[in-house]
Design a protein around this ligand. Structure first.
Ligand code: DGY
Length: 418
């Protein structure tokens, strides 16, 4: 194998479409929201200007209400389903109608910290403060109507962890009647055994059609959704995004943005406590429609260490990862091996994702859990040496799974090697 750094850069360049980067060609031929933010961090290692452009392109497609869509369909490509004709969001440049984890605040601060050209970085960061702030405000207005300090996702694709075991129970309540006939494309690019099932796709599409019928009006969607889940990982990313945006805004003199985001972050960290499970040694998802915690120990409750959670919680999470590590060759599996539903090869039901490893390692390091953070980085680098820059990996034998030459995997490897 060539030098991993050179290899990672070549993956990022191969997937670069000029002003945005595709996650991987074939399977994901457009711009994805959180992928792009990680991509920018990777690009900042070798092309600062290009990294800022990646973020700017994403926010150029922010909705008027503040939402930043999860996919931007810059080009026509029949190789992906569901495309813009299914979403029908009525945008000039076509987009999906749901959002994704709010990595932008974290990415912005990281880009600014890494920048060599500070004058350019300050100018471009300043221009992004307000749009990112508006996105955060949108979350707390439209996805936390009860002002609890935690937001709900209304579609599994919003969490990015599409087929997590976390959703099995709440998803069972989503109907499948009346969905338009469709043909999946993902299973033509990746092994169907490593992807979500048809039953899950039916429910993904039912929700899309339901929201579409409501005109994508974010004043209505949260309450109208039969699927409302408070995911600790999703919230932790948003909380960290608020905290980082607050710090950077303060440094750049945008004091109102700094204050509002500091308040959201503080409230969010406090509210996360209600999701802690002593039994599992990690956070769990809350089903907002029933008000109960979901008994499912997934990576969502581990990656919560990216929020500035109390050190004793980070220590407990470290012990939980250590116990999983006794049974897997590679860490961190996306679901606990204690759960009979664990599946080493099926997308978010067991495989290791390097982008999640990155968030966990950053969070653990900040909490002083250096040894586990380093173990996670080592395991990640072993995976790319053995199996290349895959979308995800089998935690038991390291087999590469899903798409190949994957952008965000390459992006975080540049961080691991820095
Ligand atoms: C997909 O199509 O697999 C995506 O995860 C949806 O964003």
């Amino acid at each position: 194998m060539t030098d991993p750094r050179d290899h990672a850069i070549s993956v990022l360049k191969e997937n670069d479409r000029g002003t945005y980067t595709v996650p991987t060609k074939g399977l994901y031929p457009f711009q994805w929201n959180w992928d792009s933010c990680f991509t920018a961090i990777g690009q900042a290692h070798f092309d600062e200007d290009r990294a800022w452009t990646e973020m700017e392109t994403l926010f150029a497609h922010q909705w008027d209400d503040g939402m930043v869509p999860h996919i931007i369909f810059h080009v026509h490509d029949d190789g992906y389903f569901p495309g813009p004709d299914v979403w029908q969001t009525g945008r000039a440049v076509r987009t999906s109608g749901i959002t994704q984890p709010a990595v932008a605040g974290f990415a912005l601060k990281r880009l600014f910290a890494m920048s060599k050209d500070k004058a350019m970085a300050a100018r471009r960061a300043r221009a992004l403060l307000e749009p990112i702030h508006r996105w955060h405000q949108w979350f707390y207005t439209c996805r936390d109507p009860g002002a609890e300090g935690l937001v709900a996702i209304i579609h599994p694709w919003e969490a990015g962890r599409d087929n997590s075991i976390d959703w099995d129970e709440p998803f069972a309540r989503v109907p499948t009647d009346g969905i338009d006939p469709y043909v999946r494309r993902d299973t033509q690019h990746a092994d169907p055994a490593h992807r979500p099932t048809k039953e899950q796709y039916d429910r993904y599409l039912w929700l899309v059609q339901h929201f579409r019928a409501l005109g994508w009006d974010n004043n209505k969607l949260h309450d109208a959704s039969p699927f409302q889940v408070v995911d600790p990982g999703f919230n932790a990313i948003l909380i960290r995004g608020c905290a980082d945006l607050s710090e950077l805004a303060g440094e750049l003199g945008a004091h109102q943005i700094a204050a509002a985001n500091r308040d959201w972050a503080q409230k969010g960290v406090g509210a996360l406590e209600a999701l802690w499970s002593e039994k599992h040694g990690q956070y769990l998802c809350l089903d907002r429609t029933t008000g109960t915690l979901i008994d499912s120990a997934s990576i969502g409750g581990i990656m919560a260490v990216i929020a500035n959670i109390p050190a004793y919680r980070a220590a407990a999470i470290t012990r939980t990862i250590a116990s999983e590590a006794e049974r897997t060759r590679y860490v961190v599996p996306s679901h606990s091996l204690d759960d009979p539903r664990f599946d080493a090869k099926r997308y978010w039901r067991g495989p290791v994702w390097l982008v999640v490893n990155y968030l966990i390692a950053v969070g653990l390091k900040a909490a002083g859990e250096d040894a586990m953070a380093e173990k996670i980085v080592r395991s990640s680098l072993e995976l790319i040496e053995k199996s290349g820059f895959a979308e995800y990996y089998d935690p038991l034998d390291g087999e590469p799974l899903g798409g190949r030459t994957f952008t965000w995997t390459a992006a975080v490897v540049l961080e691991f090697l820095a």
